[in-house]
Design a protein around this ligand. Structure first.
Ligand code: V47
Ligand code: SF4
Length: 398
């Protein structure tokens, strides 16, 4: 087995050529001190990949050792039509081409949930476009029916983009809206819709949907009502490094107030089939640097997740040496929002057995978790069942 290991922090500190500013950051990280906004920008501008890996891996192992989490979930996308027009989104033009889109009824979505009956999934992740008839009552009914059918399935649903629209339309406060959905069975929120908080950039790439402040306020309200959530950042488009640090700063300070974020998920901008295609995409090195800086900067968010269907299994494995400790899940192939934008994995289903081997092969310990990181199965020593039809070939030694 070859472990992907980043350079050790002690070795970094012994380097006589390390600049005083980068040495100070490394010493702060070692002493569990928080780094500043300016230091965050400096990391993007000046730090080498090996240095970033050493610091991020130090933080990751201090928090989690070799543990690498994943969960068994599936995605439900109520519609791919949307009233909004985010320029990076491969859905955004479809509102003008309704024939190419889909809109499911509650019963159709319930049938999709029932297709997982008897399978050991623990979470349904519900997110999609925004449409007027998919209002608060519609989603309350959907959540209630899923819960009635499968009470133990954790419901992680909707982003502030959907919440802002449905609460406003129903003329209810954020608290009241969440109270309805919580009663129906809502348990947590995914991290989407954050994009980049800087208002100038947000205006250009997704100016018509909820503002940065509304996104943050809705998460804060949810946290205060006992609904934890994830957070994301869409990077690698027209934003600057300072915009990325500003984004993480706003998340870090909300987390100081509520402690409600479970994990941070950096989302690399994928360029196919959208109005920003001309920008192209950043490379793997930028992805790894970004994971590492996120891990170093947001000292108060427990987990950093790599969404492997977007970045390929190989980059996901590498990311485990650059601050990442979570690989999302074994998911089905209905997550069309990414495959349409050009994700690495066009059919992103991976069996638990495969995911466990993927984590082990880079020297980490695979742990199946629930949505809130409770341990469901520790696979560091034992194997999950092999998928049906699995055929192991004999190893031939010459
Ligand atoms: O907000 C849309 C992003 C997000 C593109 O919480 C794109 O567990 C890249 O937030 N290139 C929604 N990204 C998905 C999301 C998510 C994903 C996985 C897990 C969790 C979680 C949350 O997808 C949107 C937007 O930032 N997105 N288009 C694109 N072209
Ligand atoms: Fe709609 Fe979300 Fe796409 Fe924006 S990113 S157009 S809100 S589906």
């Amino acid at each position: 087995m070859i472990a992907t290991s980043a350079p050790n922090l002690e070795l970094i500190l012994q380097d006589p050529n390390l600049s005083p500013a980068l040495r100070k950051i490394a010493e702060k990280v070692q002493a569990e001190e928080r780094i500043s906004f300016e230091e965050g920008v400096l990391l993007y501008e000046e730090a080498e990949l090996g240095y970033l890996g050493a610091l991020a891996n130090f933080v990751r192992e201090r928090k989690h050792g070799d543990k690498t989490y994943f969960n068994r979930n599936f995605h439900l996308e109520p519609t791919n039509l949307c009233v909004y027009t985010c320029k990076f989104c491969s859905y955004s033009r479809l509102i003008k081409q309704k024939d190419e889109g889909w809109t499911y009824t509650i019963d159709e979505m319930l049938d999709q949930v029932k297709a997982y009956d008897g399978q050991p999934v623990t979470e349904v992740h519900i997110v999609g476009g925004v449409l007027p008839h998919m209002n608060l009552q519609f989603f309350k009914d959907l959540i209630g029916k899923i819960k009635a059918h499968r009470p133990e399935l954790h419901i992680k649903a909707f982003t502030p983009v959907e919440y802002y629209y449905m609460f406003k339309k129903a003329k209810v406060s954020y608290e009241e809206g969440f109270r309805h959905l919580k009663e129906a069975g809502l348990q947590s929120m995914p991290g989407g819709g954050a994009e980049i908080f800087d208002e100038t950039i947000r205006d250009i790439i997704c100016g018509d949907k909820c503002t940065s402040q509304q996104w943050l306020d809705i998460h804060e309200t949810a946290h205060n009502m006992g609904i934890p959530s994830n957070c994301t950042m869409l990077y690698g488009h027209i934003e600057s490094y300072a915009h990325r640090v500003d984004h993480m700063e706003r998340l870090r300070s909300l987390q100081d107030r509520t402690g409600g974020f479970n994990c941070f998920i950096p989302l690399k901008f994928r360029s196919q089939n959208n109005e920003m295609s001309y920008l192209g995409e950043v490379g793997v090195t930028d992805d790894l640097r970004n994971y590492a800086i996120a891990r170093i900067y947001m000292d108060n968010i427990a987990h950093v997740k790599a969404y492997w269907p977007m970045i390929s299994q190989t980059t996901a494995q590498l990311s485990l040496a650059f601050g990442v400790d979570d690989l999302d899940g074994t998911i089905n192939d209905t997550t069309k929002i990414y495959s349409m934008a050009g994700s690495e994995e066009q059919n992103p289903a991976l069996s638990t057995y495969d995911l466990v081997q993927m984590v082990r092969s880079v020297g980490r310990k695979p742990i199946e978790r629930g949505t809130t990181y409770e341990i469901i199965n520790d696979y560091s020593e034992k194997d999950p069942p092999k998928p049906q039809g699995f055929m192991e070939l004999p190893v031939i030694n010459n």
